[in-house]
Design a protein around this ligand. Structure first.
Ligand code: NIG
Ligand code: FE
Length: 430
């Protein structure tokens, strides 16, 4: 007699290591940052895309509720929450290959910008592109993200830099949301000064604060507002005015801080109660102490340092040891970090920033979910949360950062729906 299945039930069973990330109410710090909440030989029962139960396979598979569930056999493998990529510039048009070659031959980021590349070259591409093309380009990136295990992504604007371009970008983010990944939109109008306002950054800031940002808020086009506070972008004073206006309008805040130089943007982020300060390559000792004792999450983006061939990585170890809540993300964008593969971000964080594999996993799942204020739904495997899971074709979570550049994803699931499944898994089953 063939078994009859209940189509709303799914049982992922036999995971050699089920990384739950459960058990803490807020962002993880200190020892909690390395606590994966591992259940050996674990199972997850999913009903209608939501986690209904989890625990040792023997217990979960015998639950009355599990009767008739379809099964996914994860024996010998690691099951984890899908990665939450909490800092990306997803809607960004095509690659910047001339920039890449210039940079390889020694040009710096500002030099490339002066030669007609950089953020403004992407701005031209984004302004010219119909929304359909931007969506198609972003879908290609999302397809890669799914294949590499990401199930939620933040997406910043900031390549339109005028009303039409920014609105088009944020509309694209909305149209992409839920199809099938969750996309969290961020307005980054203060990414660079647009060419038509060259030399008039204050005027651009004023326009965003008084005219455009209220419209974005009214139309609910973004949840977060972000500013690029650095030498060739916006000053601390301009960033403060912009963030104050955003906060008054009810936006949550993020800051691109201390990426290429020390500007004081981390202090500003903490003072403004930003949800996260991102990059932090040039953070100093006082900033480390300050952010570590604040609720602001330190989001580290080692992909940008790697891609530029630089050696100044953000001081993850000092931040963690001081008690900071650390998150990791790709910073996917065509200039500084053209990858959406979170696994290689873990590898770089471990090898170059001395994070432990466990800390890197927590930083890119539950802490990243906190950095997007969506930890009530995603980022851990807990009852009541979305069934956003990945199965790694690996018997131990440490294999994932260890095999740098190798995609170990065997299966990616979003809200209980399998989005990607590798045809033949190479690991022998126990
Ligand atoms: O986060 N520094 C600012 N923004 C991006 C790079 C953007 C680009 O080069 O297109 C970043 O690294
Ligand atoms: Fe960025």
């Amino acid at each position: 007699m063939p078994k009859t299945h209940n189509p709303s039930l799914l049982l992922v069973r036999g995971a050699r290591q089920l990384l739950t990330m459960r058990g803490y109410p807020g962002p993880r710090r200190g020892a909690a940052l390395g606590d994966l909440g591992i259940v050996p030989d674990g199972a997850v029962l999913i009903r209608d895309g939501i986690i209904a139960s989890l625990g040792p396979t023997r217990r979960v598979e015998n639950l009355e509720l599990a009767r008739g569930a379809r099964e996914i056999d994860a024996s010998g493998r690691v099951v984890a929450p899908g990665f939450v990529d909490c800092h990306t510039h997803l809607v960004c048009g095509p690659s910047r290959l001339p920039d890449y070659e210039m940079q390889i031959s020694g040009a710096t980021y500002p030099q490339i910008a002066r030669e007609g590349g950089g953020i403004l070259s992407t701005m031209r591409a984004v302004r010219e592109a119909p929304i359909r093309r931007l969506i198609l380009q972003a879908q290609q990136v999302l397809d890669w993200a799914i294949r590499h295990g990401s199930t939620t992504l933040e997406a910043k604007s900031g390549y339109g830099l005028d009303e039409t371009g920014e609105r088009k970008t944020l509309r694209a983010c909305h149209l992409l949301d839920g199809k099938p990944l969750d996309i969290v939109p961020t307005y980054l109008g203060a990414h660079a000064v647009p060419p038509e306002r060259e030399g008039r950054a204050d005027e651009y800031i004023r326009w965003m604060c008084t005219d455009f940002m209220p419209k974005i808020r009214r139309r609910r086009l973004a949840r977060f507002v972000d500013v690029n506070c650095d030498g060739d972008a916006f000053t601390l004073d301009q960033a403060a005015r912009y963030l104050t206006a955003a906060k008054d309008l009810g936006f949550l805040l993020k800051v691109h801080a201390e990426q290429f130089s020390h500007t004081g943007a981390t202090r500003l982020a903490v003072e403004m109660e930003a949800v996260s300060a991102d990059h932090l390559e040039y953070i100093d000792k006082d900033d480390i102490r300050l952010i570590a004792t604040s609720p602001t999450i330190a989001t580290l983006l080692p992909g940008a340092v790697f891609h530029f061939g630089l050696d100044r990585y953000p001081p993850a170890r000092a931040l963690i040891d001081a008690g900071a809540a650390v998150a990791l993300a790709t910073d996917f964008n065509p200039g500084s970090s053209p990858t959406c593969n979170m696994q290689i971000i873990l590898s770089i964080a471990c090898a170059h920033m001395h994070m432990t594999p466990a800390e890197a996993f927590v930083a890119s799942t539950i802490n990243a979910a906190h950095a997007l204020r969506c930890a009530d739904r995603v980022g851990s495997i807990e009852t009541g949360k979305q069934a956003d899971l990945v199965v790694f074709d690996a018997p131990d979570y440490r294999e994932i950062p260890y095999h740098f550049g190798v995609n170990l994803i065997g299966l990616t699931m979003k809200k209980g729906v399998v989005l990607f499944r590798k045809e033949k898994a190479p690991w022998p089953e126990d």
